[in-house]
Ligand binder design. Sequence first.
Ligand code: AHR
Length: 819
Amino acid sequence: MVDMAHKGATISSSMYGIFFEEINHAGEGGLYAELVQNRSFEEKEYPEGYYAEGDRLYPGSAKNHLTGDTYSSFFKWNEEEVPGWSLETKGEEKARMQLTKNNPLHKAAANSLQITIPESAEEVSLINEGFWGMGVKGKERYNLRFYLRAPDYTGNVTARLISSAGKVLAGSPVKLSDNTGWNEYKLTLVPDTTDAKARLALSFDEAGTVWVDYVSLFPRKTFKNRPNGLREDVAQFLAGMRPGFVRWPGGCVVEGITLNNRFEWKKTLGDPMTRPGEYDTWGYRNTYGFGYHEFLQFCEDLDSEGMFVCNVGLGCQARVGDACTEEEVQFYIDDVLDAIEYAIGDKSTTWGAKRAEAGHPEPFPLKYVEIGNENWGPVYNKRFDLFYDAIKTKYPQLTLISNHGLGDDVKNVAKTDMIDPHWYVAPDYFFKHAGIFDDQPRRDYKVYVGEYACNQGVGSGNMLAALSEAAFITGMERNSDLVTMASYAPLLENRNDRTWPVNLIWVDNMQVVGRSSYYVQKMAVENMPAYNLETEITPRLPQPAFLEVNGGIGVGTWKTQAEFGDFKITTAGGETQKPAIGEWTTVKEGWIVSDDLAVQVSPNTMTGLISEKSFHETYTFECKARKTGGAEGFLIYFGMRDENKEGYMFNIGGWGNSKTALQDVTDGQGAGVLSESAQTLEMNRWYDIKLVASGNNAELYIDGDLKIRHTPEAPLKQFAVSGYDEANQEIIIKVVNAEETPWFSTVKLKNSGRVSSSGTIITLSSDSLEDENSFEEPFKISPKTTTYNNFSSAFEYEFEPNSFTILRIGIKDEKIALH
Ligand code: AHR
């Protein structure tokens, strides 16, 4: 029932925005239109203090500022000598290439490529493979720009686009300059036909030595025809989300693995040839091509407000978590003040003048600054206050956002305008917590849900995930007095680099595919009312839920060294046994197991020592455990089955030793949180741990105290929110039915005056909750809009199975009785 006489909160026009981060090649090989990979030959540069071994990059000896731990894990490293580039020689002796910093083209991006062409070579081609090939379209124009230093070279140089089958798609001779230093060359290539995996070749036909740098190939047509611009198809997809705001540049990249590879906006300004780029937190190089100016320009082009996220002198706390000294904090404060001045300062200011020089004298629409990303703890809180004061004093018009979640930690800062809780969860979490904001206290700050996605146990992102997010959206919209902004994360994925499990939009060189979650976002934003209306629904009672406690039991760790002893199992009849842990199955390396002591010495994630034997219905598992090193705590497994890939675990001292939770184990990974407590762990202290499983319940006791009791409850699967669109004089009702059967409902419109019988229905549905869109079937799940002629002040409607439905119902009376 929707009551027109009960007007709720207004819905902010910037409610739904987008969050861009360089992750999954979202920009490089994604949104950013550059086709050449490693254009400046900087990809082998790693951050100061780091070292590479084979395909691993280690962050060195920086320490976590809260725990004092160093980080023993590693990051992806490309072992190729010159990533992205190769030489093809026609002739006997092979040509050679090598990176050099001698005679740099630009000191900030000092590497160039030296190519030695042997006498016997008829032709040598320097090939760039692009980002998994280059997507080029027949008859379109492509701008090639490169630099060559060829003081003694007397031969010809030819630029070509080569198809995946080796055919020349476009070619152009390069007229060499007489100048013996670095020379810039610009030409246009127009391929005859389309190719998804073309390559670029610079060919040389005489012996000699040449140096090449900054080889860049862009489609002439970019989004809004901006130079150094964005891929039109990808940007249009984002524009289709009508984002109220754009958050940039992250995400974890803001902080960096350590401060030494944090995102540095100042290095992203100016001619892209001069930008050094940085090893990206997500395992590849960010050229800084899609830089600060381009981000601000993109906000303006989308008619969106800008949100800049700054670093507070802390490296990513989920990784190394190093901190600059207190004296150095001012540097970071000045840095964000400069960034703001660049965006909105008058052109007479230092950084405002640089913006004007870059071609934009008017201010950009920067409206929000988030102070840090996913930072927490006493050091963050103290720094937050310093940043807040400094920014607010100079720019009172900006909305400042802290990293706090819904908990109490926000009390430890003097003032924030908004907090930013994040959720990456399993579908049931969103279904169960769709009402999480209903009873949140209203204080003097708003909530920005900066990152949320259902990404656990949902394949690559299926309809179930999308519907659980739609359910969560109904809760956010209903509480629009509190939740005023939200952005799904991550936004983009190049299909060849899925670093993060589930992402909103997929791209390859030719296609852009929106997952069902994309269409949920789009439908929400396209059907945003001006304000809420009181809505009551009677969802169907859920089916009963089961906790599958039958299976193996065991212990484990996550990035932690620990000892476990005094194992004891008690079964239903009260019979007690001491298990033969030496016969249990080990998951991952690092276990030293003797008679009654199991020691885990490695920094591995998700280790396990799990019984082969299954325990049924009612049993108790006890042991003592002590943590001797590392960032987290103990895992206590139960109900383990399918070769230990499925089951449950109590994750004690998880999430950086910040809490304890019962989690599903899905596909051998810790998945959705089912229940949680605030329990954390001390180093080198023995704890008595007891798990009690009985039928449909599981309990965790630590030192005799009950910490978690979990009895599963199936969540509701029907949700609704409604509001009034003043401009179109329509009631908008958003309804989720996440059950695989239709939902028959009577929709009553109370106090609505005369209702137009004809209106619009937009439906997103699928045959199965497991359905997904794909590159082959990109629109398998996409909204269908129909006209409906049976609306009235009380009408029957059958909501489709597995659906998100939006009803738009016209109201005939000009004046509606609103209280
Ligand atoms: O969205 C992916 C990552 O999730 C972001 O970088 C980070 O803020 C969060 O941990």
